[in-house]
Design a binder for this molecule. Structure first.
Ligand code: URP
Ligand code: ZN
Ligand code: ZN
Ligand code: ZN
Length: 464
């Protein structure tokens, strides 16, 4: 099958170029000049991208499908979540296998393969959440890397659940240094936060906004600095997940200025939503409970700047949806029992395109932060993250002139609300290909569960 995408503006991290993209089977085989007709006669299909952008499919490096958390499971399965991702122009996710205390990493990995294999509409990889650091699990980190899982998430938050002590983090970082793998850190000081939470509840303050007020940005800044220090002592590459606070960004920027291998991602919710959403009355704030929490609006200015300067290298969603009606409800009257997480996998590409429209980031940075850099950061480049001969034909044709309104009525995520309900957007995904197969076209879905394959990932390709 030969397919030519003609007359579009191809987006690359070094800027837009006017080119046709030629796809044979699952791969890109050539980029040609707009005037070229070299492949037309042989082509089985010609798609016009005139007036549209052609970009490498989005890579969401932080999702949680059917994640056991907060006494329930996140509401999207691998099937529904990857379908929603495809609708939004994301053609790869990297999800998290979750080690429960007392279990092994490899049995955890097997379990996550069972959950995902045969269900995904798009290609997928795994990070490993390490919640039980001991001699055996440290040894197993080597096997995980061999099995294509080259990044390990740890938590400085959630004591008693996923929390690791500084000593445990140090040991895992030493192993990461030894194996060349990356430590991803949920950097919030969970020990201090738990005291603030207990005090708030003791004062009878159980409403959702307290989730934000008991997790102040200083405690994200402090944990981020501590993680950076530990990474510096061990020499491990460090990737700060879901960075939300100016204080944490300052710590990352300082480390990066010294040349340390420290990287960070942020998420659309921290760029567009704020603690005012958490403060919505009648328990509606529960829709916005995620950790770290939504911040005061002034943090957004810093985050956009971080995206421009590359102190924030990646935008992912931390997609972890819980239904408002039957899941967020678990924490009515006690915000500490509201399952933590928000939906978003479907709208990352669109929301970051608003940053282009508003002049916050360039087209090149849009593609870089949403596709190219996640591919490099997590060992998928140049198979993913770029449109070049030899790379997978994961392609989005994006119409920058179209308009749309986000709504739970029309989204494809398996959750009963949208955090961005009613938000008007400029631009819209027009056509999506995954390894040469058209998944979305003319507002119709042509994907199927099981098309997506597991991606065995290399080590980080983004180190200094
Ligand atoms: O609230 C969040 N972020 N839920 C997902 C789990 C995590 O910490 O990433
Ligand atoms: Zn986290
Ligand atoms: Zn997460
Ligand atoms: Zn539900």
């Amino acid at each position: 099958m030969l397919l030519v995408i003609k007359s579009g503006t191809v987006l690359t991290p070094s800027g837009p170029i006017e080119a046709n993209v030629v796809v044979e089977g699952e791969r890109v085989v050539a980029l040609t000049e707009h005037s070229s007709t070299a492949f037309d006669e042989r082509a089985d299909r010609i798609l016009s991208a005139e007036g549209k952008y052609v970009l490498p499919g989005g890579i969401d490096a932080h999702t949680h499908m059917e994640m056991p958390f907060g006494g329930t499971f996140s509401a999207d399965t691998f099937e529904t979540g990857t379908r929603a991702a495809a609708w939004g122009g994301t053609t790869t996710i990297i999800d998290f296998a979750v080690q429960q205390k007392g279990t092994s990493l490899l049995s955890t990995l097997d379990k996550w393969h069972e959950k995902a294999d045969g269900d995904c509409a798009i290609d997928y990889g795994f990070h490993m959440i390490v919640s039980d650091v001991n001699d055996a699990t440290l040894k197993e980190m080597e096997s995980c890397v061999d099995a294509g899982v080259s990044s390990f998430k740890m938590f400085m938050a959630y004591p008693g659940v996923f929390y690791s002590t500084d000593g445990e983090i140090l040991r895992a970082m030493q192993k990461a240094r030894e194996t060349g793998s990356t430590i991803m850190m949920h950097a919030e000081n969970g020990i201090a936060i738990d005291q603030l939470v207990a005090q708030s509840l003791a004062e009878g303050r159980g409403e959702p906004v307290q989730h934000g007020l008991t997790r102040p940005p200083e405690l994200e800044g402090e944990a981020t600095s501590r993680a950076i220090t530990l990474a510096g002592v061990t020499g491990a590459p460090l990737y700060i997940v879901h960075l939300s606070a100016a204080q944490a960004l300052a710590a990352v920027a300082e480390a990066r200025n010294t040349g340390q291998n420290v990287f960070a991602e942020t998420c659309p919710q921290y760029l567009y939503l704020s603690i005012e959403d958490l403060a919505k009355p009648d328990f509606e704030g529960a829709k916005y409970v995620a950790s770290p929490p939504l911040r005061e609006k002034h943090h957004q200015t810093d985050l956009w700047r971080g995206l421009r300067t590359n102190d924030l290298s990646v935008v992912s969603t931390d997609h972890c949806p819980f239904c408002f009606k039957d899941q967020k409800e678990l924490g009515r009257g006690d915000f500490s029992k509201i399952p933590n997480g928000m939906p978003g996998v479907e709208h990352r590409m669109d929301l970051l395109h608003q940053g282009v429209v508003a002049g916050e980031i360039s087209l090149a940075r849009w593609v870089e932060t949403c596709s190219t850099t996640p591919a490099r950061m997590f060992g998928l480049y140049p198979r993913k993250g770029v449109l070049a001969p030899g790379s997978d034909a994961d392609i989005v044709i994006y119409d920058p002139a179209a308009e749309q309104t986000i709504s739970a009525e029309t989204h494809h995520m398996n959750v009963d609300y949208s955090a961005y309900e009613g938000m008007r957007l400029r631009g819209r995904v027009d056509t999506v290909l995954s390894r040469g197969r058209v998944l979305v076209e003319n507002g119709e879905y042509h994907g199927s569960p099981g098309h997506g394959r597991f991606l065995s990932r290399d080590l980080c390709q983004y180190l200094n």
